[in-house]
Design a protein around this ligand. Structure first.
Ligand code: FAD
Length: 287
């Protein structure tokens, strides 16, 4: 039987596709274990400039490796664990694997969530759905460097670091006030690991419309960049036109209009503080 084409698998992008197949999946798993990146996962997993995660998501998505094989490896590793820190890292990684299982169960038992929010308070939420803002977000042209860097990574590679997925999803819903389902759809078109259950769960988590809406999460792009890309290494990698700017400018996104113009970069399309206030007003408490 012929292998399905990318179009048949519903990919619309043309970026470089990472190696596929069982052998590659095993190699990635092995690489994550030697030299034991898995035991530094807790410390490294949130920094997008570091290769601190397994990169197994496309393989789990397409079944070139099974969850049981992976879990078995975590049991083999556990036998030799020496410190509490190592144990915490292993547990943290297992918890991420568990999120995947959780979201699969969620859509199995609540299939209607593929089409709507879990939280009823989000029914009729006054999304503004500005198409120009949406296009700017998709293209990585919002004027918020950490958001734009992440969207460029997605557009160019078909993968985005988990921390950045949370940042851009928060920005789309809470700063641009655009329906999370628009972002969900765009991710499915672009992600090489695009998986309906994890994607829907991740978007509903970020939009505060899912099963776990507390605390009300509104990510401040500048604080996120400061905490998780403190040297602006990731921002410089994906926004090379800004590479010569200072780390402070890249992290805060406060770039003089003249400097933006010279580098063909946009000014911020919205004001984070004003937009998050609007979101909070619209997001009425549940009775
Ligand atoms: C808005 C949003 C959309 C997302 N869309 C997808 C998607 O379409 N497909 C997808 O596989 N993951 C998705 N995720 C979850 C997560 O970002 C990716 O699984 C992770 O970045 C993959 O990188 P990795 O394989 O190096 O992960 P690792 O950190 O090494 O984790 C190992 C595995 O655990 C699973 N996993 C990790 N984190 C999560 C999570 N939060 N939710 C569910 N499973 C998780 C993945 O299968 C992953 O390969 C999304 C997250 C958000 C916030």
């Amino acid at each position: 039987m012929a292998l399905p084409t990318l179009t048949e698998l519903r990919f619309s992008h043309r970026q470089v596709i990472p190696k596929a197949g069982e052998r590659e999946a095993k190699r990635l798993l092995e690489q994550f274990n030697h030299p034991q990146k898995i035991l530094q996962y807790k410390q490294q997993r949130d920094f997008p400039a570091i290769e601190g995660t397994s990169r197994l998501s496309p393989h789990l998505r397409f079944g070139t490796i099974g969850i049981r094989r992976i879990w078995q490896m975590t049991e083999e590793i556990e036998v030799d664990i020496r410190t509490e820190e190592e144990q915490i890292s292993l547990t943290t990684w297992r918890q991420e694997l568990a999120w995947r299982e959780f979201y699969q169960h969620v859509l199995f038992f609540f299939p209607e969530l593929a089409e709507r929010a879990y939280q009823t308070r989000m029914t009729g939420f006054p999304w503004q759905n500005n198409k120009d803002y949406f296009a700017a977000w998709c293209e990585g042209k919002t004027g918020y460097p950490i958001v734009d860097a992440a969207m460029r990574q997605l557009n160019q590679t078909g993968w985005m670091h988990n921390r950045c997925r949370m940042i851009v999803a928060s920005f789309l819903t809470k700063d641009l006030l655009i329906n999370w389902q628009w972002g969900e759809r765009y991710f499915m078109q672009k992600l090489i690991d695009g998986d309906q259950t994890a994607n829907n769960g991740g978007w509903q988590w970020s939009a505060s419309s899912g099963m776990d809406p507390r605390p009300l999460r509104i990510f401040n792009p500048a604080s996120q960049a400061k905490n998780y890309d403190p040297d602006a290494q990731y921002i410089r990698q994906w926004l090379p036109e800004l590479a010569d700017l200072s780390t402070a400018e890249l992290i805060t996104g406060t770039i003089a209009p003249g400097k933006c113009k010279d580098r063909d970069y946009v000014l911020p399309i919205v004001n984070h503080n004003e937009q998050q206030k609007k979101f909070k007003e619209y997001y009425k408490p549940q009775n």
